[in-house]
Design a protein around this ligand. Structure first.
Ligand SMILES: Nc1ncnc2c1ncn2[C@@H]1O[C@H](COP(=O)(O)OP(=O)(O)OP(=O)(O)O)[C@@H](O)[C@H]1O
Length: 119
């Protein structure tokens, strides 16, 4: 149990480090806070929340993995290398895919609520 708590602490310190050092992480977190606040104001149902929570976790999780890959690449290949470029660009592509999916999920969830409000 102590080991589990210790591992959780290290994982949280990784998230906190990424938040302090990665501008993109702060952008994703801000977007998640805006989405959560808007969802609370609109009174979303449990299915809509499920879609949003999974999507936000995917984007933030992908950004954390992207940051981890960037750090490892910088550690093992401080000099320019085509494989270092491939690794970083592919990892960034992973984040882009989740971000595009998040935009689509956001439109599907919030679209009907906003149409109903402004009609
Ligand atoms: N060692 C390297 N060898 C070859 N290309 C690299 C290398 N490091 C970075 N690059 C290229 O430069 C781009 C930008 O790299 P950088 O390390 O600045 O990360 P980033 O994508 O700007 O991430 P962040 O803004 O989160 O730090 C990479 O996507 C890659 O195309």
């Amino acid at each position: 149990m102590r080991k589990f708590v210790q591992s959780m602490g290290l994982a949280w310190s990784g998230i906190s480090l990424a938040l302090r050092t990665e501008a993109h992480m702060r952008i994703h977190l801000t977007a998640a806070l805006i989405v959560t606040t808007t969802g609370l104001l609109l009174g979303l149902n449990r299915y809509e929340w499920t879609a949003l929570v999974i999507t936000m976790a995917l984007v933030i999780g992908a950004e954390l993995l992207n940051t981890a890959i960037e750090n490892v690449v910088d550690l093992v290949s401080p000099e320019r290398h085509p494989l270092a470029k491939a690794a970083k660009d592919t990892a960034a592509g992973g984040v882009l895919v989740t971000a595009m999916a998040a935009v689509i999920v956001g439109l599907l969830v919030f679209g009907p609520h906003l149409v109903a409000i402004f009609r």
